[in-house]
Design a protein around this ligand. Sequence first.
Ligand SMILES: C[S@@+](CC[C@H](N)C(=O)[O-])C[C@H]1O[C@@H](n2cnc3c(N)ncnc32)[C@H](O)[C@@H]1O
Length: 423
Amino acid sequence: MNVQNALDLLRQTVGARDIWIWGAGNQGRGICQVLRSHRINIAGFIDRSVRGESEQLMGLPVCKPDMVNASDFGDDHFVIIASYFFEIDIASQLQAVNLLEGRDFLGYTRLKPVDYSVDISGTCNLKCISCPRATRSPDERKLGFMPLETFQRVLDKIVAESPFVGNIQLYQWGEPTLHPQLPEIIAYAHEKGVRCAISSNLNAKVDYARILAAKPEWLRISASGWGEDYEITHTKGRWSVFLEHLREVARLRREYHPEMKVEVYYHLYKHSVGEGLERFRTLCEELNLELHPVYAYLVSLDDVLAHCEGHPLPEPAQKAADLLLLNLDQGIDIARRYAHLSCDALRCVNINWDASVSTCMMYYYPEANIVAQDYLTTSLDDIQTRRYASDLCKRCSSHGIHQYCSSYARLDTDVSITADMQG
Ligand SMILES: C[S@@+](CC[C@H](N)C(=O)[O-])C[C@H]1O[C@@H](n2cnc3c(N)ncnc32)[C@H](O)[C@@H]1O
């Protein structure tokens, strides 16, 4: 369906009702930006993490999910669900109050079936033991940065093939702050109406002022532990450097870009819970940064698949596995409970720094994991057809681990660990 038809259908379905976007994260903000650019008004966001009544985002109110419980909600309101991991859960909540999919709500994936990550940096400054970069020496995979001109052509193609894309992430395995043209890349994305998310270990000695002045919309800061403990799993990282940069970024954000979403993505391991976590919480409160604790896992499915196929883990991955709160087999068991769900990773096309396209963003080693050498000359249809038919995909889903990373993202770190570990 072309853009005009999709917009006409949306307008017709919504009628005179107000549109609310359920999900105030990256996806919600991206879809809001695109719809507004087509002069479709958005009334506000619905999000469970809303802090106060007066919370505003993109100039719009953010309300609690219980607003949909009003008996006449569907008469005046229409919902677009914009959540990468929770679309099914939110749809069930809406159905529970007698709202009908297609009539009263729809998932953003109906407008934007494909998301994109562009891994602009083919290199990283750290060797985190849970990451495949720790297992491979740098020369085993070519290292480099996506040139600005390539990025511009890549983004032009993304927007041409997927016109409802309003946000992209500029990382997957690399460290985006190392890219010397990151500010120019962000500026070009903004020119195209696309919001940018970056994730950083904040250990690189780079010009953070230049990066924040370019106003990326979303910054994830990765960390795992306090003091020396941080350096165990942020291997080769230095705590003192991280701390200095964290304070600097918090200050620069106030100066340049207060509306930037910052989340401190704190990996929970045996050594990073307890006092370390509490000290981190206090620090985040002091710096006005949002702390988002998540259970750590082995980030490359290569290792998880190899484990399922009976191979030993590489040494760094084994070290990381020994530190996991939710151990590898427990994580796999949980993933298998969700194995009936389709694979979330198939919805995201990962373009590497050299413009090759990954079969799957969750796999690192390039040998079996490249479906197209050149994104620029391969159509989206071809890319998706090849990905869906790939052997890697079949092997992964035959072991029921295609939901491995997503199921961690869905875990509620406050309440679920005991139940999930026992169940
Ligand atoms: C491999 S990193 C690369 C991006 C960047 N260098 C960074 O450190 O944020 C991509 C994402 O994986 C997340 N990640 C890395 N190790 C993790 C782990 N053991 N458990 C959960 N998430 C992890 C990071 O927080 C980051 O958002």
